[in-house]
Structures are given as structure tokens and as C-alpha cells.
Design a protein around this ligand. Structure first.
Ligand SMILES: Cc1ncc(COP(=O)(O)O)c(C=O)c1O
Length: 376
């Protein structure tokens, strides 16, 4: 018999869709850039492998890379040093290590609904209870403080926030960040801020939670921004004493992050600015194409995503999000049903626009044809 915790969690709804897809389907289901990593990063990874850097490294990551990350975060808090930084084996691992370092059985953790698929299950794996807080398109996905106040209790340990958001594309304003910091202060909560899409912002400005007191952990990743989702490399930034605790868990999960991948990241961070800017500019163009196209489909309404690379339209077609997503799948389009991200995602589909413009146009044609069939 397996453990209770193993029985409590499932593989996410995103993976299920794509495993059921017909051959040749257009995949707007998975959240990853359709770009290669920058060439400098690829070369650095190959160089590292060929020159024998194929062995264990320090648990918290290469000093040089921790310093490089710390330097970037000094703009937010000048006192940031490598002691605040842990290089992880991905954002996913960073989130789990943080959860295990923070949550005790019986704790409650506020998680966004709709929100990224790992936050709730990670809380459960720690024996904690995820408490969803609503994010509403009518508020451009800025959290409602009254709704948060109604859900906080003496057992609440932390709040997970994600801006820019997967799946909604919402980006918190500076005022929202300040309100959440005040809320966390008032209720003595740790803020776990998932900032993996920080550089993909199309409207407004990204506001980080780092640099505002000592109750914030920022989880971040190189997966998206350096288009290296398969290399499994990320980082987190935490108050020093908490970083020591998270590093213990991280050591027990991973021993250390990949040495060649860290070399690749170092090269990517210092030499690939142009490639990163070009990728983000392309995402912006695709986002505009997608939002225009979706809002032209009868029965769909899409709030323009301010960041990340997902459109999260609401549909007014018969059937549940699962049923609509399956109907689209049989017509050659992979999407993710909105309720894979929480109960409030029902009535939405998530479509990644990290795909070629040609495929996005073909996807929009499938949606238009489906809308006609669905009688919208
Ligand atoms: C919001 C968010 N956080 C974290 C991750 C994890 O990314 P990775 O594990 O590839 O670093 C993802 C990936 O889709 C994401 O969308």
C-alpha cells in the first residue's frame, strides 16, 4: 500500500490532455517556449560537458551563479548576497523545497484559484491544507483583500502568489504587492512568490515581492526565460536563515543542481540579452494576434493577458471545460481545461501562445469552426 500523501495527489490535468491527443494536433496545452536556448547557453553547456564538468557541485549551486543572481536582485534589495540564493533543479523543485521547509501538518496555505497546478498538491504533500483564494477577471486578476481576510485563520502559515500568472496572465500592480505585504505582516504569514514569468510582461510593470522585509521567498526559474525547460534549472531567493533551512531540504531532494546546466545559465545570463528580448517581443506579437483572434470567435471572451504566455478566455458554449477541451482535442487542438487550475477556472480554457503564429492561426480557425458547431 502506498502512503496517504501519494494517494492524495494526481498528475496534473495538463499532462492528461496531451497524452490523449491525436498525432499532428496543435499543442497549445503545454507551457513552454517553442524556442531553443540561446546559442551561448548551448555552447557553454557543451563546453562544460566536454571539459569534464560532469560531477556533483555545491548543494546551493555554483558560487559564481549565486553571485550573479544576487547581483540581479540587489536592485530590489541592495543587501542581497549569495547567502540568500539557492540554485535549484527547477522552479518546481524550488517550490517543493520551500513548501517542505515552511508548512507543518495542519497548517493552512492560501493558494490562488485559478492558479498554477503545483501549489495545492505541494501543500497536501506536506500534510497542510490548501485554501484557495479567488482571482477574478473582472478585477484583472488582482486579488480581493476582503476575500483573503475571509479565508485567513490562526492556522494560516503562508500565502502563495504568482505574478505574472499561469494561467490567467494577470500581473499584480505595485499597489497590489504592497497590499499583500501588509496583509502578510498583519497575519504573520510568509509570502511564497512565484516569479518565473517576471520578464514576460506586456502591460504595466512587473513588481517583485523581493526587497520588502523578511517574510518573502521568491521562487524563480531559468526554464522559461532561457527556453531551457528540459534542462531543469531554477533558483530561489530567501531570507538568510530560511535559505539555510530550505537548502537542507533541497539537499535531501536533489543533492545539488546540474553543473553543466549552471554553466549554461551563467553564459545565458551574461551574453544572451538580445535573444531574450527577441523572444519576448515575439510573444508580445503572438499575444496580440491571439487576443484579437479569440475575441472574434463567437462565444469566447478573452481579457488580454498582461504577462506570461497564456490566454485564458471564458467560453459561453454548452458543456464543461473538460468536455469542450475534449471536443477540441478530437478536432486537432490541444488546450487545457480551465478547471485544471482550480474550481474558478471552470468555464475557461487555457491556450499557450508559445507556439508559431501559423499554428496560432490554425488553432483560431479550429475554434471558429467549433463555435459554429456549438451554435454560439
Ligand atoms: C507559474 C509557474 N511556476 C513554476 C513553474 C515550474 O517551472 P520549472 O519547473 O520548469 O522551472 C511553471 C511551469 O510551467 C509555472 O508556470
Amino acid at each position: 500500500m502506498v502512503s496517504q500523501r501519494a494517494r492524495e495527489v494526481e498528475i496534473s490535468g495538463i499532462r492528461k490532455m496531451f497524452e490523449a491527443a491525436p498525432p499532428g494536433a496543435i499543442n497549445l496545452g503545454l507551457g513552454e517556449p517553442d524556442f531553443d536556448p540561446p546559442k551561448e547557453a548551448i555552447e557553454a553547456l557543451c563546453r562544460a560537458v566536454r571539459s569534464g564538468e560532469n560531477h556533483y557541485g555545491p548543494s546551493a549551486g555554483l558560487t559564481q551563479l549565486r553571485d550573479a543572481v544576487a547581483e540581479r536582485y540587489q536592485g530590489r534589495d541592495p543587501a542581497t548576497s549569495r547567502d540568500n540564493v539557492i540554485i535549484t533543479g527547477s522552479g518546481s523543485e524550488g517550490l517543493m523545497a520551500t513548501a517542505l521547509a515552511l508548512y507543518d501538518p495542519g497548517d493552512e496555505v492560501l493558494v490562488p484559484d485559478p492558479g498554477f497546478v503545483l501549489y495545492g498538491p505541494h501543500a497536501k504533500l506536506c500534510g497542510a491544507v490548501p485554501v484557495p483564494y479567488p482571482l477574478d477577471e473582472g478585477r484583472r486578476y488582482q486579488p480581493d483583500l476582503e476575500a483573503l481576510e475571509a479565508r485567513v485563520s490562526p492556522r494560516t502559515r503562508a500565502i502563495v502568489v504568482n505574478s505574472p500568472s499561469n494561467p490567467t496572465g494577470g500581473v499584480f500592480t505595485k499597489a497590489t504587492v504592497q497590499k499583500l505585504l501588509d496583509f502578510a505582516e498583519e497575519h504573520d504569514l510568509t509570502i511564497v512568490s512565484d516569479e518565473v514569468y517576471e520578464e514576460m510582461v506586456y502591460e504595466g510593470r512587473f513588481a517583485s515581492f523581493w526587497g520588502h522585509g523578511d517574510r518573502v521567498v521568491v521562487v524563480n526559474s531559468f526554464s522559461k526565460i532561457l527556453a531551457m525547460t528540459g534542462w531543469r534549472i531554477g533558483f530561489l531567493v530567501a531570507p538568510r536563515s530560511l535559505a539555510v533551512e530550505i537548502n537542507k531540504i533541497h539537499y535531501h531532494m536533489l543533492a545539488c543542481p546540474s553543473t553543466p546546466a549552471q554553466r549554461a545559465v551563467l553564459a545565458g545570463l551574461t551574453e544572451s540579452g538580445d535573444a531574450i528580448r527577441a523572444m519576448v517581443a515575439e510573444f508580445r506579437a503572438r499575444r496580440d494576434l491571439m487576443v484579437r483572434g479569440l475575441n472574434d470567435v463567437p462565444g469566447l471572451k478573452c481579457v488580454p493577458p498582461a504577462g506570461a504566455f497564456y490566454a485564458f478566455p471564458r467560453f459561453r458554449w454548452p458543456g464543461s471545460a473538460q468536455q469542450v477541451a475534449h471536443a477540441l482535442l478530437s478536432r486537432g487542438l490541444i488546450t487545457t481545461p480551465g478547471d485544471a487550475f482550480g474550481a474558478l477556472g471552470a468555464g475557461h480554457l487555457r491556450l499557450s501562445f508559445a507556439n508559431s503564429r501559423e499554428n496560432l492561426r490554425r488553432a483560431l480557425a479550429i475554434l471558429r469552426a467549433y463555435a459554429v458547431e456549438a451554435g454560439a
